[in-house]
Design a protein around this ligand. Sequence first.
Ligand code: ATP
Length: 269
Amino acid sequence: MKHQASKATPLPDITLEDIGGLPQEMKEEIQQMLEIFKNPGTAKDMGIELPKGILLYGPPGTGKTLLAQAMAKEIGATFYSSSGASFTELFVGVGASRVRTLFQNARKQSPAVIFIDEVDALAGKRKEHGGEESEKTLTELLVQLDGGNDNDGVLFIAATNRKDMLDDAFLRPGRIDFTFNVQLPDTKGRREIIDIHTNGKTLAPNVTASLDTLAESTSGFSGAEISGLFETASRRAIREGRKLIEKHDLDFAIDRTILGNTARTLNDQ
Ligand code: ATP
């Protein structure tokens, strides 16, 4: 069943501090932007434009959804989350009407964040996109992004792995005002993500001692893959009736992730 885009989704208790590997400047820019959003009066007096649309782009599993949730939490917003694909329909006008309803509902519940993951399915380049229905849906999205007054309390956040596929009209300032590149984490970032995902887990001393090495040796891993390592390791320990996550649990999880990635790469070829 498709997720109902026009209904609010519960937000986890999350802050920017729960997201590892974000560059300090990005965090500061986001904080500043959210401050402006929270204080529209002050911003107006200072002649600062209120942010309306944000694009997060980068590889899968790097924390774009987490970031959207943390931003919504920070401004105390109602969260409307959906995937671009849930607006693609065979029947002309259905996608457009879903977009309209979503924005109408969000405006009624402001402050609100509308988060659309895989936005490329909805806002792909028009010439490649094809079809009257998708054209109408994208046009409606542009109308809604333009239509809200500056102060309607709705922040639109879109995420994609394929920024190159997006229509230029969608990316125009005034629709998308901020674009953040959410990259794969570097060693320091992976270390932060390891800390976040080991918090509350019971690790054997030799695992705790090996976490720096783990950060160094997991180049190319996304945050989701690092989080998955500890989930797999801890499930394995539980299966074997242990409370402690041992080094061999983690090694098992790493091997599985690497094998999975290799199989995916071979499949993609
Ligand atoms: P996709 O592009 O596939 O939608 P995404 O970039 O939105 O992926 P998330 O859904 O935010 O990725 O991440 C999935 C899970 O991986 C998170 O719930 C979290 O547990 C973990 N994770 C990913 N990135 C990070 C990060 N930077 N810091 C901490 N945890 C992370």
